[in-house]
Design a protein around this ligand. Sequence first.
Ligand SMILES: [Zn+2]
Length: 137
Amino acid sequence: MSAIKEIIDLVQNLASRMKDRQDMEIIHKIMGLASSVQSAQFEIQEKYLKVLEDNFDLKQQLSKMIAQQEQANAEDFHTDAGLEFRRGKSTGNTWKAFCPICHVICRQVGGHYICSNSKCPMYPIKIDDANAVIKTL
Ligand SMILES: [Zn+2]
């Protein structure tokens, strides 16, 4: 922006030394064009500031939405009897047993809990205490 102001100042300086009428018309035309460029530049700066403000507002909204999402997905967590117990959105807000190794939900077979992941080292191990733990939670 200061370059345009400097151009205008130089042209005004040059115009003050001109004596030929045709040169003056050209100088005035250059000054008019420089003034138009300056106005356009102000307009662009105003739009840029608006974009910065919008960007700031959107970042704040995004942060708020992320915090809300994290709160909505938050789970209560407890470990006992060799298992993890979680309660939250993913468990229908009831306590469920999870494998402490692979963190997959455990399957209830009769009175036992077994990891649902057949590739997990905990897979064949039956855990009997899970229901008793869940009752205390
Ligand atoms: Zn497992």
